[in-house]
Structure formats: C-alpha cells, structure tokens
Design a protein around this ligand. Structure first.
Ligand SMILES: C[S@@+](CC[C@H](N)C(=O)[O-])C[C@H]1O[C@@H](n2cnc3c(N)ncnc32)[C@H](O)[C@@H]1O
Length: 402
C-alpha cells in the first residue's frame, strides 16, 4: 500500500533531469514494481522443481533464454523453503546469471571475481567450473565476504575457491596454476615450515581479535594487505608459504600467469530502486539530491569503477576475457546511468591499449538491448523483466607496453 501511494507521487524536477540525461524512462519510478523474482536450480537438483512449487504454492516458469533459471511472482518468498535451506536453489536475478554466462567459464579456468560478495555469481561460476581450475573471490567488505563464505559452505562449493578481504583496485594475488609456479616449492626436500595447512573454521586468536577490533562493518583500504579468509583444499593455497601466496609478479609475468577469466561486478553505491527512491519522500528530496545526484559522489563512483576494471584487466592473462557489469539486486535500478557504464568503458579503452571490446554472442538471444557503444548491452528493467544490468566484455591483446 505504502509503495503504491509513493509510486503515484510526482518525482522532483532534479531527479527527472537526472533520468533524462541518462536516457532513463521515468516510468521506471512510477510503475508498480512487477519484476519477477528468479531462482537458479543447483545442478543435479532438477528433480526438486515440483517440491519447490508445492512449498511456495505457485508454478515456476522456466526462463527460456537462461538454462537452470526459473521465474516466480515478485511477492513469493523462497528463503523459508526447504529447498532453499537445503541448498538446492539459489536466489539470483536472471540478468546476473547472464553476466556469468558472458564469461563463458570452461572447466580448468582460473577465474577472478573482483567484487564477489555476497556471492550469487561466484557460486554460479563454481557450478560451471567442473573439477579443475579455481575461483578467487575478492571483496573490500569483510562482513559481506564472510556471508559469501557461509554461502560456499551451504552449497558445498568451497573446494576450488579462495576468498580474500582486499581492495580490488590494488589486489595482486595471481592463481596457483601448478606447484612449479612457486620456485621455492621445488627447492630440495627439506621440510617446509609455515605453510598454509588445510583451512579450518576455528580462527586463530589474532584473527578473532582483529574482527572484534574492526567493530562495525567497514571497507578495507588499498593500503591494507589482502587477507585470505577462506580457501578450499584444491584452491592452490594449501602447502604454500605466505611469501609464495602473496608473491608479486611483473605485468609481463601476469600476461602469462594471470587469470583466464575475470568478472568485475562493480560497486554501484547508489541504491536507485523504487523502494529506496520512495524513502526520499520521507527524508526529503534535498537528501536525494545530496545522496544520489551529487556530482562529487558520482565522480568518486566513476573513479572506483574505472580503477576496479583497470586492476581486474591487469590481472588477466593475454587471450583471457573480462566481463564488466554493474547491477543491483534491487528491482528497477539507476545503475544504468551512462556515467557508471559507457563512460567507464570508453575511458578504460582509451587508457588500455591492450584491451579490446568483444562480442557477447549469447546476448543476441537475451532480452537486452545494445548499449550506447557497440558490443555493450543493457538489460532495461522494464523490457527485460530483470533487475537491470549493463554488461561489456573485453579481451587482452599482446602489447609490448602494457
Ligand atoms: C554489486 S556488489 C557485487 C555482487 C556480487 N558480485 C554477487 O553476485 O553477489 C559490489 C561489491 O563490491 C564491493 N566493493 C566495493 N568497493 C570495493 C573495492 N574497492 N574492492 C573490492 N570490492 C569492493 C562491495 O563490498 C560489494 O560487495
């Protein structure tokens, strides 16, 4: 009820200008929210569709363009269902699923997810990876990454995964492709001390103390060293020394030993969901101006996104591919602004001569539209019936001066 009343109230002039400047239809904000909810079945759990339907008392509609995905009415809650609690289904928007599919993960790939928490895409990548390869998840928010660790455990996906609390704009840890990657592993038969043992959930007192000290949720800064908060026994961490795990390589070495695939699912701090915008009715439109439309904040966000994309690309090996996406879990997002998407892509291409924008072939069958620059794509919430997403894919060319 509250939502309906707010949805009918007129939008302030400044916000309308903002939408117009970004080619966004104001009806996004006046329409009643009818975007469906999506779930993804855990591979192997195909037989539980009827069980879920019975529990949530509605039919699951197969998403024809995205394997393993189903839509259900927006009001249906899945969190209380047995299938969800038992790790047979995931709650993940279909557009987010498309971003993962654009990566074209193959068995054996070493994948970096630079803004990984809370982990819906990371889990999907792991489900696609098969028995070899690894996934490295990085996030600057410790509490969010801890939730991601819980998710890995719930869905029993942690074996080939490692998680780092770190600033993605300066993160530098490369994948362990083989034991011979770290020369000292081969050095003689003397016993190696101080190596990472099997991961255990029992935390050493030092780490517990640090967590208590850090108190309220906060983001790590680029000056803080990365901290590994989880690693599976086939993630390439067990048996390495700290020095080997955090060894820094030159950009030339990374060109051979970097990640095969990188996902930069960049931060978009502004919550532009209808529900959030409606809150400004209560807080006042001046607050909206300050918190959402403020040019300085938008510039900061643009710089963060560009830096995340640039560092993700630095960690990619030559011939590998990187997907850049901006989306929100909330319905009807203003993450589709030009500043957060095409502008970032354009500036990145100008500054990185080894980067080439490439086609996402599968997108031709998705309910998305071309972005403002060729080969980029937008899931418009109104027409795609998803939460909205911008997506671009790059490859790394051989270039002598990167
Ligand atoms: C859009 S969310 C990612 C959603 C995630 N990929 C998923 O599928 O669940 C963006 C994430 O970026 C993280 N973030 C923000 N600034 C960051 C930074 N400098 N380095 C790494 N992560 C950052 C936020 O903590 C947030 O979890």
């Amino acid at each position: 009820m509250e939502g309906e009343n707010a949805a009918m109230a007129p939008l302030p002039e400044a916000f309308l200008h903002f939408l117009e400047a970004n080619g966004l239809d104001p009806s996004l904000y006046t329409a009643i929210d009818s975007t469906p909810r999506y779930i993804r079945l855990k591979p192997g759990c195909e037989a539980c569709i009827e069980e879920v339907e019975a529990e949530v008392k509605c039919n699951l509609e197969k998403v024809e363009w995205l394997s393993g995905f189903f839509s259900l009415p927006p009001h249906v809650q899945i969190a209380g269902s047995r299938a969800y609690r038992e790790g047979k289904i995931y709650g993940i928007d279909a557009a987010s699923g498309a971003a993962v599919m654009a990566l074209e993960v193959s068995p054996g790939d070493h994948v970096l997810d630079l803004c990984a928490a809370p982990g819906a895409k990371l889990c999907m990548i792991l489900d696609l990876l098969g028995d070899s390869g690894s996934v490295t998840g990085v996030d600057a928010a410790r509490h969010r990454l801890a939730a991601c660790r819980t998710m890995l455990q719930k869905y029993m996906l942690g074996d080939q995964c490692r998680l780092f609390v770190a600033d993605g704009t300066s993160f530098s840890v490369i994948p362990t492709r083989s034991r011979s990657d770290c020369e000292s592993c081969e050095s003689g038969s003397e016993e190696r001390v101080d190596v990472f043992k099997e991961w255990t959930s029992r935390r050493p007192w030092k780490e517990r103390k640090r967590a208590v000290k850090s108190g309220s949720p906060q983001l790590v800064s680029s000056s803080q060293p990365p901290e590994v908060i989880y690693y599976g026994h086939r993630s390439g961490v067990v048996g390495l020394t700290k020095g080997e795990l955090f060894k820094t390589l030159s950009d030339n070495e990374i060109a051979n030993k970097g990640y095969d695939k990188v996902l930069v699912d960049a931060e978009c701090t502004h919550d532009g969901s209808v529900k959030h915008i409606q809150k400004f009715e209560h807080w006042g439109w001046r607050t909206l101006q300050r918190r959402v439309l403020d040019a300085e904040r938008t510039d900061d966000l643009h710089a963060l996104q560009l830096n995340l994309l640039t560092n993700g690309f630095r960690l990619l090996k030559v011939g590998g591919s990187l997907v850049y996406s901006t989306c929100r879990q909330n319905t009807l997002s203003i993450s589709l602004t030009v500043a957060q998407n095409e502008d970032v892509v354009e500036q990145f291409l100008k500054e990185n001569r080894a980067a080439e924008l490439i086609e996402i072939d599968a997108a031709r069958n998705w309910p998305c539209k071309g972005g403002c620059i060729p080969k980029t794509w937008r899931f418009d919430p109104l027409t795609s019936r998803t939460s909205g997403l911008f997506i671009a894919k790059f490859t790394k060319l051989v270039f002598s001066d990167f």
